[in-house]
Design a protein around this ligand. Structure first.
Ligand code: AMP
Ligand code: MG
Length: 394
């Protein structure tokens, strides 16, 4: 059995970022850049007006109203104004040759005879210069950066059509257990609904993963073997639920060994989630979650989520994810494993306040309902009310 730190270290050591792919700009929101894209266009593409108003030349201002010689709209090719004249100009329209200033409409007074009185100004006022946001060849973002909506806006405006990005890992969920029935069935004697399949798919959605496929198999070695080998062909990460403990029908380890997998660890000193299995199948991963729902949830949070992010290019994915807060009542762990207990943490306070939620064990999703975090209680700790405790956001 390894400690949680050792488990994290083993995963971090062995993970390789997925091969980059070239995708159209429209398809890359939320992904990480695999190289540093350069600007293909100047932004703005020319000197343009920053306001609706009048284009003029500074030396003509203040000497009485100017004739308005034209109306320049955004998107028009560049025009020209003669000395001693002005032109209406729209925000985003190209500054005409001969003008060196824009006077906003609010600083202009219309006069009879198609003239306008413009307030004095200085050269360049209310003009956005060509390339002042970025110019051709300039690096727009660095490799490894997440493509946020605002970075996507910049890349869409000035970047290349195709971007080299790290994809999100493909995931297949395999739930195991001869007691499991689908949601469309009423569980008969000794049967239960396959709640984990739904929970794990929802976790995959929350982790911004492509829709996870799911396979349910009974406790049968040949059936599990064929499900896992099929999954290995289609996924970067296989997440199994159940069948990972030490019982006669806990077949996941046997199956991965049959497939020649490299076991990184089997058993972590945590509660819940002790039987967790982490395996490399060539370039693919298999994380075996225990079947009890709370265990599956905790192990997803502790290991699957960072593994997903590491494969997707986050170099800090395995950093310690805990935060600290103040505990409201005595919190103790007399056991020999780090406990991750359901907790409600008041996250909107400057100093987080953590309230433990009574729970009956790793099968108790009902207690988890009111939790938004997991309190972290290392083995043999006792924290008095008001003391500092670590927690993990769900
Ligand atoms: P296992 O890890 O296979 O020994 O299962 C531990 C407990 O979790 C057993 O009580 C199972 O019935 C339950 N369990 C296993 N798989 C699921 C699942 N997919 N959904 C809900 N409960 C499950
Ligand atoms: Mg089972």
């Amino acid at each position: 059995m390894v400690t949680i730190e050792q488990a994290r270290f083993l995963l971090a050591q062995n993970v390789r970022v997925l091969e980059p792919v070239n995708l159209a700009v429209a398809a890359v929101a939320g992904l990480r850049l695999a190289d540093a894209p350069r600007a293909q266009f100047d932004l703005p593409p020319a000197d343009v007006s920053a306001m609706d108003g009048y284009a003029a030349r500074v030396e003509d201002l203040g000497a009485g109203p100017l004739p308005v010689a034209g109306d320049i709209c955004a998107g028009m090719p560049q025009t020209r104004i003669a000395a001693g004249t002005s032109a209406r100009i729209q925000t985003g329209a190209e500054i005409p040759i001969g003008a060196d200033v824009v006077i906003p409409q609010e600083q202009a007074v219309s006069e009879p005879g198609g003239r306008v009185r413009l307030r004095p100004s200085s050269p360049g006022s209310f003009i956005h210069k060509r390339g002042e946001v970025c110019s051709v060849g300039e690096t727009l973002a660095d490799a490894g950066e997440v493509i946020t909506p605002h970075l996507l806006g910049l890349l869409a405006s000035a970047g290349p059509d195709l971007l080299k990005v790290t994809p999100r890992p493909r995931i297949v969920i395999v739930t195991t257990g001869s007691e499991l029935v689908s949601l469309s069935e009423r569980p008969g004697q000794g049967k239960i609904r396959d709640g984990n399949a739904c929970m794990l798919r929802a976790l995959a959605v929350a982790a911004n993963l492509p829709v996870a496929t799911h396979e349910r198999v009974p406790d049968s070695q040949p059936e599990l073997l064929s499900a896992v080998s099929a999954a290995a062909g289609a996924a970067d990460i296989i997440v199994t639920s159940g069948g990972v403990s030490v019982g006669d029908y806990d077949l996941v380890r046997r199956v991965v060994e049959e497939l020649g997998a490299e076991v990184l660890f089997h058993g972590v000193a945590i509660r819940p989630g002790k039987p967790t299995l982490a395996v490399r199948l060539g370039s693919k991963w298999l994380i075996g979650l225990p079947g009890n729902p709370l265990s599956a949830l905790v192990v997803w949070r502790l290991f699957v989520r960072p593994l997903v992010e590491a494969l997707a290019g986050d170099t800090k994915a395995f950093d310690d994810p805990t935060e600290e807060g103040t505990v409201t009542e005595v919190a103790s762990n007399t056991g020999d494993r780090t406990t991750f207990a359901p907790a409600f943490t008041n996250l909107d306070r400057r100093k987080c306040c953590i309230r433990l939620i009574p729970w009956k064990g790793s099968h108790d999703l009902y207690a988890m309902r009111r939790a938004n975090s997991l309190a972290v209680l290392p083995a043999g700790t006792r924290i008095e009310p008001g003391g500092t405790m670590s927690f993990l956001r769900l």
